[in-house]
Design a protein around this ligand. Structure first.
Ligand SMILES: [Zn+2]
Ligand SMILES: [Zn+2]
Length: 317
């Protein structure tokens, strides 16, 4: 029989954003830090004069709701769309607010979708999205970076292989897609496409559509349909699977930070780790659990060390 204490804890996660003018991001930062302390929430929030972009995590439904209520009240956004998921992995080690010139970096501060992120700039719901994917002539483009697209994407999607979103405008130009073509764009949670679609429209495409709420919203409604594989996320879950659960296949490669699923036992310290397929080809990396072990193993392959403590093993929340 399983006792409640033997069950894994479930953490509540929410991803949300909005483009709206903020005259005083420093004040917003103080407010958010205070809110996180009071509600014991963790996560990462990017803020700036153009709005906020967040993923947060709570331990209880009460503190989860209290944090969201704090967001609704402070930013005056009673109808904000929170994309929720659950995880039995602690997704964040701390709470952090970063102030940036752009809350998602396209590199063009003139393209800000103020007033356009409330479903009024060619947003498709997951149902409408499926309709187009299955029945209409279209081109579909993944706006995410290469390491995100590697472990999962929509059927037939073009993959720009970008390192950064700032490379997307140039990629689109180079593709020479006919301007009257129906173009679908998507990203993880929808925010990149809010800016991305302005760029696509600027380049002369009128028949372009974005996936509302991104892959995360799509998987909530249509697991195992047009999206294949897992969806990369920017926290310690690494990715979510078709059922929005923290990935069981992938861990972040300790050498390079890409998703990895090659299991190894470290030659220096015997720690069991997952490394990525690229590092699995590289001498010293393919045999070790960390940058530290790779370095020492290269110098002294015969020396052993105690097992490396993973950051999460020692942390209380
Ligand atoms: Zn790697
Ligand atoms: Zn090691």
């Amino acid at each position: 029989m399983t006792t409640p204490s033997a069950q894994k804890a479930v953490y509540l996660i929410s991803t949300f954003y909005k483009f709206q003018k903020d005259e005083n991001p420093e004040k917003t930062q103080l407010y958010l830090e205070d809110l996180a302390t009071k509600t014991n929430c963790r996560g990462l929030i990017i803020i700036g004069t153009e709005g906020f972009n967040a993923t947060i995590c709570a331990k209880t439904p009460e503190t989860f709701e209290a944090f969201k209520q704090g967001i609704r009240e402070y930013f005056k956004v009673p109808d904000l769309f929170f994309k929720d998921s659950k995880s039995d992995v602690v997704p964040f080690r701390r709470f952090k607010v970063k102030i940036r010139p752009e809350i998602v970096t396209l590199g063009d501060t003139s393209l800000v979708p103020f007033g356009h992120d409330t479903r009024n700039n060619h947003h498709l719901t997951p149902t409408e999205w499926n309709e187009v994917m299955k029945n209409e002539d279209h081109v579909i483009i993944d706006t995410r970076n290469w390491y995100e697209t590697k472990i999962g994407t929509f059927k037939g999607a073009l993959n720009p292989m970008t390192d950064k979103f700032t490379e997307f405008p140039q990629y689109l130009e180079s593709k020479n897609i006919p301007k009257d073509k129906k173009v679908l764009i998507f990203c993880t949670g929808g925010i990149r496409c809010e800016k991305g679609i302005l760029e696509v429209q600027k380049q002369g495409y009128k028949n372009v559509y974005q996936l509302y709420g991104g892959i995360l919203n799509y998987l909530n409604e249509y697991p195992n349909d047009q999206f294949e594989g897992e969806c990369f996320v920017f926290d310690h879950r690494v990715a979510v699977d078709q059922n929005m659960k923290a990935s069981e296949q992938y861990k972040l490669c300790p050498h390079c930070g890409q998703p990895g699923k090659t299991e190894i036992d470290c030659k220096r310290c015997d720690t069991h780790e997952f490394i990525c397929e690229d590092c699995a080809q590289i001498e010293f990396k393919k045999e070790t659990c960390s940058k530290n072990c790779a370095h020492h193993y290269e110098l002294h392959p015969e020396r052993k060390a105690p097992r490396q403590i993973q950051p999460f093993e020692t942390e209380e929340w």
